[in-house]
Structures are given as C-alpha cells and as structure tokens.
Design a protein around this ligand. Structure first.
Ligand code: PAF
Length: 253
C-alpha cells in the first residue's frame, strides 16, 4: 500500500502508472475508519482493480469549529485497516494542497442542500460538494463508494456528478449498524457511556411507525435535542444531538 501526502506525486502516478483500462475504485473519507468504511473498501476491492482511499478532515464542511477540533483522528489504525483490506493507495493531502485558493472557488447547490442538515449546518454541503469534486478530479475513479447513512450527501453528490457530466459511477452502500441499531459513525466514539446507551432510542423511534412529530417529542422527552425528523420521498431523515454529539440517520418508509 502506498501512502501519498503530495498531490503532485499522486497525479503523476495516476497519469503514468494506472492504465486507462484499469478500473479504479475510490472511497473518500475523513478518517476514524469503522466497519462501515471497511465495507466500502471491501466492496471497492471486490469490484475494481485498484482501490484508492482518501483521508482528509475537510474543514470547509464543518460549520462549528468545536466539532472540527473534536473530530477523532486515528491515522495509525486507519492505515492498518486499509492495508488489511488490500487498499492500493491512501491519499493524505493537507489543507494547503486541497485549498490553494483558500476556498475562493466553491460548488454550491441551491435547493436540497438548504434542507435537512443544510438548514441546521449552513455551508456544510458547499464544503462537501467542493471537496468531493476536487477528490473525484484528482482520483478520476470509475466508481466512488458512499454510505447511505449520509443519504442527503449521497443524493447531492449523485446529482452533482450528473449535472457536471462527470465520468464516475456513484455507488450507494448500505448503512452498517451496531448491535442495538445505532448507525455506525466516527462520532459514536465521542458518546459518553450513558449517552451511548440512550442513543439506541434514535434508530428505534426513527424506524417506528409513529408520526414524525411524535418521534420528535419522544426523543425530546428522552433528553435529545432534535434538529429535524422529516419524511421526504419515501425516506424518514433525522438528526439529533446527545451529550454534545450530533447523530444523523435515515430509514426507508
Ligand atoms: O462522508 C464523509 O466522510 C465526508 O463528507 C466526505 C465525503 C469524505 C467529504 O469530506
């Protein structure tokens, strides 16, 4: 496995060492890898000739500096997992390389990105779409793998690729859940034991047949701060805070 910090080095490898007939699979991440990320890497390994992982904690998608400062960093374990799963290249760019323009250029979507998480995290999806566009242009994968836990992100990335005629297939991958139903997320490690116990109520109520308003009030009664519980196009989306940690999830209805 090659670990690459310098983007010029990567671009040379991509140009000169990876033939156009080779199928490249890409898993973009912010690190703190868990079994959900592992399932994306495994699928990319099964379906592609070369697997590329990126680890970049993208500051432009954090609306809250405290959330960015607390984002878990587990690089050593991440690299060990990636190597175990047969990843070929890991890209570890820094901020200066990713944003030489200091974020003057941005990808902005004006509709769906303003709803759900976007309504509570101003600018979040501008940051996500901008960094994903940059990463896809750098890696030029045939397939890029995204988790369905971040369903709004997945939808926006899919639409971006479509409207900008980008030559990549976006592959949605199912949400992985812990034994009690909590969707796997890098943020789960920040939950205090009591809050982790309580967190199971979130997927439980989201999956119930109760109306969205009732789910919201039951979560609030249990001590969650609720950003939204919304039914939209056959899916129920939710975002809550517990003990200072923000959790999102969604289920098909
Ligand atoms: O889902 C994530 O981890 C991030 O939003 C992504 C797609 C890697 C962009 O920073």
């Amino acid at each position: 496995m090659d670990t690459i910090h310098d983007l010029k080095t990567w671009q040379n490898i991509r140009r000169s060492k990876i033939a156009s007939s080779v199928r490249v699979g890409f898993v973009p991440t912010m690190g703190a890898l868990h079994a959900g990320h592992a399932s994306l890497l495994e699928r990319a390994r099964r379906e592609c000739d070369v697997v590329v992982l990126s680890i970049f904690v993208n500051p432009t998608q954090f609306d809250n500096p405290e959330d960015l400062a607390k984002y878990p960093l587990t690089l050593e374990a991440d690299l060990a997992l990636a190597a175990r799963l047969g990843t070929d290249y890991v890209l570890l760019p820094d901020h200066a390389q990713m944003y030489p323009d200091d974020y003057a250029y941005q990808v902005i979507e004006n509709r769906f990105s303003r709803e759900l998480c976007g309504a509570h995290r101003p600018g979040h999806f501008n940051g996500v779409l901008t960094v994903v566009m940059k990463l896809l242009n750098l890696v030029r994968p045939h397939r890029a793998y995204f988790g369905e836990k971040d369903a709004q992100q997945l939808e926006l990335v899919r639409a971006m690729v479509d409207v900008f005629f980008m030559d990549v297939e976006i592959i949605p991958c199912p949400t992985l859940r812990d034994h009690d139903g909590l969707a796997l997320s890098s943020r789960n490690t920040r939950l205090a034991p009591d809050d982790r116990q309580k967190a199971r109520l979130f997927p439980e109520l989201l999956q119930s047949s109760l109306p969205a308003g009732t789910v919201r009030s039951q979560l609030e009664k249990a001590g969650f701060q609720v950003d939204y519980i919304v039914d939209r196009d056959g899916r129920r989306y939710g975002a809550v805070h517990i003990g200072g940690v923000r959790l999102i999830d969604n289920v098909i209805r």
